[in-house]
Design a protein around this ligand. Structure first.
Ligand SMILES: Cc1cc2nc3c(=O)[nH]c(=O)nc-3n(C[C@H](O)[C@H](O)[C@H](O)COP(=O)(O)OP(=O)(O)OC[C@H]3O[C@@H](n4cnc5c(N)ncnc54)[C@H](O)[C@@H]3O)c2cc1C
Length: 507
């Protein structure tokens, strides 16, 4: 029996597999596709944007460089790690409902927790690149990845779960469904999936254009929807406000795509050949919980929404990070009471917010007079410095803050990449998946207390390049700040927080 069966070797399932493998759990990943790297997951159809929190997650596990290399990003602008003041933005800053943000308009001084880091603010990659890096890492950590296995049955009791695929059965103590938007695990385990119906059908395609000069490159909002002509030759996206009427059980035909593209773009462009095409909608649904007894969900299996603004993958990686160490601690029997339930408590609101972000964009793109009026208003707001900064904080995920019951403004947020005077940075201390205590006091005030949790916490002391006015921080394995003390901090408060997240120091 495995500790954990993960269904789905997409980016979320593989990231979770790495986290569990790193923590010493026995894990098997079951994947329907017999081979990796299908055209749907490779450049250009599989192109995806990753924001800072996701890139930092790769950085914290020593996978940033392999990811950037696999993504073909050889010339990412370097970070000046010793710079004073807010570091400049590196990478794009995204859009809201097709209204592209101006990076110069982001008020960096309003983002006090952004410290210099080798991880850029944004980079384009592909699902195939991410999956290659993560598969290699997972395999190296002893995770078994079985391909060509389609899960179709599931039964659970108090002792464990059995997942079925054809004639084969895979017993485990826990199962995590990372099997995407049409999740079989979600259905078989009886999760309630609720939300709103679509207002548009979107299409992504690689096509040969007879008259490419008729279609302008870039993102374009039009009176009937939106179209995108990407930098890769023939890669086009279209969103058509048809009320989600297109029958998605069939692949879209060339004639249909051409009709939609002409209507939305307001041109008479001709598609002479369509090489690949698929459709999606803005249906926005989420399970009411991310756990049913021994079955958990992460990534698209737990929520679906439109791809507007590139949130799905970033949010899914956040799910995997949040769940990995909590499930590992549960498997190993040293999780404090209720730790696993904090997964739903923390990640469900983040998912719900992403659904609302998608809905708000759809409302602002809608071709009816109400939508057009809203769009004009938002365009004005985004044109302001505060408006751009607000949207940037949302799309980049930097505004995410879990309610961990503390008023300290850093607690519950993704930790900045604190750098000690000797050059050690937080991310480097997190490679082995343990939590970290950073003690900025000259005398190492937390050294003895942290030693009690040495199996679960890495301790480092020293003056920081920028300590944000803090005396010490406790960072969870997922990079979330669990506790932060000012320069006169109380050691007992640290011990309470360590016990709350890492369990009894003696077990
Ligand atoms: C056009 C488009 C553009 C997007 N752009 C962005 C972007 O820029 N940024 C962003 O953050 N997000 C983006 N997204 C969303 C992003 O692609 C998804 O959120 C992400 O891929 C979800 O990852 P996942 O691992 O949860 O699921 P998936 O990537 O769907 O992987 C699920 C895996 O499970 C397997 N599987 C399914 N059923 C079974 C079964 N029964 N048995 C075994 N295996 C099974 C599948 O084969 C697949 O490998 C975009 C989406 C689209 C459609």
């Amino acid at each position: 029996m495995h500790d954990v069966v993960i269904v789905g070797a997409g980016p979320v399932g593989l990231f979770l597999a790495c986290e569990l493998g790193l923590a010493g759990c026995s894990v098997v990943v079951l994947e329907r596709e017999p081979e990796p790297g299908s055209p749907w997951r490779s450049d250009p159809l599989g192109m995806r944007g990753l924001f800072a929190a996701s890139l930092q997650a790769f950085h914290r596990r020593g996978m940033l460089h392999p990811l950037l290399t696999a993504s073909g990003v050889h010339d990412a602008p370097g970070a000046d790690l010793d710079a004073d003041g807010p570091p400049p933005l590196r990478g794009g800053v995204g859009h809201f409902a097709g209204m592209v943000l101006d990076p110069a308009n982001v008020d960096l001084a309003a983002l006090p927790f952004r410290l210099p880091s080798p991880a850029p603010d944004f980079t384009m990659t592909s699902l195939a690149a991410i999956e290659t890096v993560l598969s290699e890492r997972a395999t190296g950590l002893g995770v078994e990845i079985r391909r060509g296995v389609t899960v179709s049955a599931l039964a659970q009791d108090d002792e464990g779960v059995v997942v079925g695929a054809g004639e084969h059965e895979y017993p485990a103590r826990w199962v995590v469904g990372c099997d995407g938007g049409r999740s079989t695990v979600r259905r078989l385990a009886g999760f309630e999936f609720v939300g709103t119906e679509p207002r548009f059908t979107g299409y992504t395609m690689v096509a040969t254009l007879a008259d490419p000069e008729k279609l302008r490159p870039g993102i374009h909002l039009t009176p009937t929807g939106m179209y995108l002509r990407m930098r890769a030759e023939g890669h086009i996206g279209v969103m058509d406000f048809d009320g989600g009427a297109f029958d998605r059980s069939q692949p879209p035909t060339r004639d249909h795509l051409q009709t939609v593209l002409r209507r939305v773009s307001g041109t008479d462009v001709t598609l002479s050949e369509v090489h690949f095409a698929s459709s999606f909608t803005d249906r926005a649904m989420q399970t009411t919980t991310y756990r049913r007894r021994r079955v958990l969900l992460a990534g698209d299996a737990a929520r679906i929404h439109s791809p507007l603004g590139g949130q799905g993958l970033n949010t899914g990686l956040g799910d995997a990070l949040n769940l990995g160490w909590k499930l590992a601690a549960t498997v190993h029997g040293h999780a404090p009471d209720g730790l696993l339930d904090t997964y739903t408590r923390e990640r469900h609101p983040v998912g719900a917010r992403v659904l609302d972000w998608s809905r708000a964009q759809v409302a602002a793109m809608s071709p009816d007079p109400h939508g057009q009026a809203l769009q004009g208003l938002i365009r004005d707001l985004i044109g302001t410095r505060d408006g751009t900064t607000y949207v940037f904080e949302k799309v980049s995920g930097s505004s995410i803050r879990h309610d961990l019951g503390s008023d300290q403004p850093l607690v519950g947020r993704n930790a900045p990449d604190f750098r000690l005077a000797d050059g050690t940075c937080l991310a480097e201390l997190m490679h082995d998946g343990r939590g970290v205590v950073l003690d900025f006091s000259a005398e190492g005030r937390l050294r003895d207390a942290a030693a009690d949790w040495h199996n679960r916490l890495c301790y480092a002391a020293g003056a920081a390049k920028n300590d944000l006015g803090l005396g010490a921080v406790l960072v969870r394995p997922d990079g979330i700040v669990a506790w932060a003390g000012d320069r006169a901090f109380d050691r007992k408060a640290f011990e309470r927080a360590a016990g709350q997240w890492f369990g009894n120091a003696q077990t």
